[in-house]
Design a protein around this ligand. Structure first.
Ligand code: CA
Length: 234
């Protein structure tokens, strides 16, 4: 199933809801990790790097708003869907302000939650086609093509320039095939004055330093001597 390998961190303290949600999500093929305690939630996110988080607001230890803020300050970009009780509806705005992506009001139907999860994952790029990728995963490093950032698993973030994003997109579109310097110069730089193939090399090595954990031994942005460059996405 397509849901395999998609990990959900469920932060909820109500036993009956945990039971129902875990059962439903697992039967849909998701991997489910549960935090019943607000204090543990951020640590579990760091440890398990979920693809999406379902986050209750009223929790023992730490509330959902605090958790959401901490997650975003650590530069984790996975979607967060908040669970709000009916009398907390006014706080939805607050939730979205601090970096949640969506909210759902209790009591809710499981089908509605599943639909929201799928919509958020689609937006986050988990299912997107290579033409319309928003988030690119290179090993443990996330390249957010919309926000122009490379986010390492330890939270370290590098800002990418518009040209670097264009370069990534062009290489991505080549589907792992090598692209020559001349082609990059033509398509990405569009033969701007004072550019030459050396320009391409300089930019590639700068980009490599921003997206590779070990730029000296690149795993993803590869040089093929005498041929050009390619971007491996696995
Ligand atoms: Ca609760």
């Amino acid at each position: 199933m397509a849901n395999k390998e998609i990990r959900i961190l469920l932060v909820e303290d109500e036993p009956s809801l945990i039971f129902t949600l875990r059962d439903t999500l697992e039967s849909e093929g998701y991997e489910v990790i549960v935090s019943e305690d607000g204090e543990q939630a951020v640590g579990l996110a760091q440890e398990h790097k979920p693809d999406i988080m379902i986050l209750d607001i009223m929790l023992p230890g730490k509330n959902g708003y605090e958790i959401c803020q901490e997650i975003r300050s650590l530069k984790f970009t996975f979607p967060i869907i908040m669970l709000t009780a009916k009398d907390q509806e006014l706080d939805k705005v607050k939730g979205l302000d601090i970096g949640a992506d969506d909210y759902i009001t209790k009591p809710f139907g499981v089908k509605e939650l599943l639909a929201r999860i799928q919509a958020r994952l689609r937006r986050a790029g988990t299912y997107s086609s290579s033409n319309n990728i928003e988030v690119l995963q290179l090993g443990t490093t996330k390249i957010d093509l919309l926000e122009s950032k490379a986010i390492f698993s330890d939270g370290k973030t590098n800002e990418l320039t518009a040209r670097e994003i264009e370069l990534i997109r062009y290489l991505l579109q080549a589907g792992g095939e090598p692209v020559s310097r001349d082609e990059l110069l033509e398509k990405v730089w569009r033969y701007e004055y004072s550019t030459n193939t050396r320009t391409v090399d300089v930019h590639i090595s700068k980009l490599r330093a921003k997206i590779e954990s070990q730029p000296d031994e690149p795993r993803y942005l590869i040089t093929l001597h005498g041929v050009g460059y390619l971007l491996k996405t696995y």
